[in-house]
Design a protein around this ligand. Sequence first.
Ligand SMILES: Cc1ncc(COP(=O)(O)O)c(C=O)c1O
Length: 456
Amino acid sequence: MNEKDPLTTLLDDAARRGIAYRQSCGDRAVAPSETAVAAVQRLVEPFSEEGRPDEEVLALLDEIGSPATMAMAGPRFFGFVIGGSLPVTVATNWLSTAWDQNVVMHEVTPATATVEKVAIDWMVDLFGFPAGTGAGFVTGATVANFTALAAARHRVFEDAGWNVEADGLIGAPPVTLIVSNEAHPTLFKSLGMLGLGRERVVRVPTDGQGRMISSELPDIDGPTIVCTQAGNINTGAFDPIADICAAAKPHGAWVHVDGAFGLWAEASAAHRSLTAGMQQADSWATDAHKWLNVPYDGGIAFVRNASDLAASMAITADYLLTDTEHRNPSDYTPELSRRGRGVDVWAALLSLGRKGVEELVDRCCRHARRFAEGFSEAGFEVLNDVVLNQVLVDFGNDADTRRVIDAIQAEGTCWCGVTVWQGRTAMRISVSNWATTNEDVEKSLSAMIAVARRLV
Ligand SMILES: Cc1ncc(COP(=O)(O)O)c(C=O)c1O
């Protein structure tokens, strides 16, 4: 008899269950059934005194948890701008979880620190950022914005003669924050967390696609941070970053780019014009768990001068950048202890290569254009210029649009969410999953149009 040891039995079982789950994602209804969601309550129980065997814990999670998940990893979830984790990244994520490395300092975790550094170098190259750009792997674009803006805060205050890390904001000289009227809500949250204030901002008006109108930028005088956006969460539109840099940088302003998903347009020759000028900015935030399709939680903050990032993130100035031979990951992130989330980014980039990333971006954009074309042909209004991977569809009026979206979600072929775009309720389709095929798009279009025709 070939008895497996308990570790092998448990981890084999986890792999078997994980594989079965992933294989089911394309066939099942995208949203979980009401019965499955109700069953999750069975997990709500008093804290156990004695504990339970490991294999029972895993089985319980799979048998009750898996059916109650939304099939976000599947090819027909278009609800948020998120990916579906490339298989290689799930595999490397499992392996690096088994490593259980604490990615603090190079010396204690050389494999993860090196792999993350390589991934950063590749992204700096892919995005065309200048040599000397520093970066940190954080949990998502919210924290990437926070981290990059902490570096911005450091620089503008230091230039104004104030050590904000040491002395805080009480009594600090005033700083002007300029943001788009259409900035993502998490950008305001980041500003709040940094003590810069969610509301203490100058808002710049936007056009019909959500792009900042650069001629409406206020005059810049004194310490200033300008926050731009590459990829509007509704329309996919980009702020005119080159124009904004041209207006702001000669006055010494720091320009930040929130490119949670839009930064990846830089990888595509067909879409690169959208990001024009972004390399002139001082900092950038993006997500890898969106368009690069790595598992959560993968965001990255980039800062033109690595020393500005380190000055705001490293724990002490004593060892700040003194280890010149090696990069210590924790000098560039808010966290000290964390998992090696950059390993998944490395795996995705190594597996796809430059051409693969371009193809992924182009494919998703092609799917988005096909959605727009299909809805227009069927007589429904598409509210945005489909320049990237986002499509907004209006089914007549606000109430009808909401009814159609609810019915589409319940029908189960695909899943799209609701948004309000410049006062109009719309269905938002975001295509950023590597697994979505032409067939998935056609199947989803047919199902959604059938539902809409039945209701309006
Ligand atoms: C432009 C933009 N910024 C920030 C975020 C926040 O990203 P995360 O949820 O990864 O923190 C998003 C999420 O969709 C986004 O689209």
